[in-house]
Design a protein around this ligand. Structure first.
Ligand code: PLP
Length: 274
């Protein structure tokens, strides 16, 4: 075989490989998986002519137990992503002995659970309504805390996905300076969960072009530097399209017991048949 460097447009998704990630069962397993992901990130950066230091890896620990998270921490993980706030809060309490461990909530949040996020989270990536922004701000002010937030955008057009439709983001962002405890960092999206790489890439490109457009007249207190996009199956494509944060679970921790369709109800519809 010829060692032809992969052309940009040819990077594939790896969603079909999810079931193959072995469970990380030791600190050495975590170190190896982290090194592998970092090296794939660096290669994607090189293909896109980007500085590898411009992309941050957010390990996602949802469904993983305490023992597994302790190993990840020993391997150097300090900020972990969780998509359900109650699970995240439970882990925050149980693992409070681990030095420097911080939590990023990356999944949809009901307004009545804003209080929990305000108490312990360092980052929230799924802001998608003004009611929620208002509730978070009020709870944060009461706790004397502030929170880094990302506005979630629905770039796939799927009805089951959370996030604002792209055309509503500009008006939404203009209203955010009213909430002083929220530090707006950028945009977040979940691409179509599909093995169809060009359609996945379109979702990421849409988030980037939206960000470029919004940046031109965003309020001064709103930063739109960050693009959180890409997960185990598609983070290389996301980096080629400008991701500054990739959220990676299974490629670090091992496959989850539950299928993706548990988190994203229509995910299985887009899979190739096995
Ligand atoms: C679970 C999850 C991820 C990570 O998915 P993996 O397939 O485990 O890499 C990324 N983002 C969100 C919002 C998630 O819920």
């Amino acid at each position: 075989m010829h060692a032809i460097p992969e052309a940009h447009g040819a990077t594939l998704t790896r969603h079909e490989h999810h079931g193959l990630y072995p469970k990380a069962a030791s600190v050495a397993d975590f170190e190896r998986n982290l090194a592998t992901v970092q090296s794939r990130m660096a290669q994607a950066c090189r293909r896109a002519d980007r500085d590898p230091g411009s992309v941050r890896l957010l390990p996602v620990s949802k469904t993983m137990d305490e023992a597994s998270i302790r190993l990840a921490h020993a391997a150097g993980c300090r900020l972990l992503g969780e998509n359900k706030v109650q699970e995240a809060h439970r882990k925050w309490e149980a693992l409070s002995d681990l030095a420097g461990l911080r939590w990023s909530v990356i999944g949809h949040l009901q307004t009545n659970k804003a209080r929990l996020v305000a108490r312990f989270a360092d980052e929230f990536q799924a802001l998608d309504s003004l009611r929620l922004a208002e509730a978070l701000d009020r709870r944060l002010q009461a706790e004397g805390r502030s929170l880094d937030v990302f506005v979630q955008v629905n770039t796939s057009g799927e009805a089951s996905k959370y996030g604002l439709p792209p055309e509503e983001v500009e008006g939404f962002v203009k209203a955010l300076p009213a909430f002083g405890a929220l530090r707006v960092r950028g945009l977040m999206t979940l691409a179509l969960l599909s093995t169809d790489a060009p359609r996945v890439r379109q979702c990421f490109a849409l988030l980037r072009t939206l960000r470029e457009r919004l940046r031109q007249n965003a309020p001064a207190s709103v930063q739109l530097d960050e693009l959180s996009m890409g997960m185990s199956g598609d983070f290389e494509i996301a980096i080629e399209e400008g991701a500054t944060v990739v959220r990676v679970g299974q490629a670090i921790f091992g496959a989850r017991a539950l299928p993706d369709s548990h988190y994203w109800p229509d995910a299985s519809d887009h899979r190739e048949p096995a």
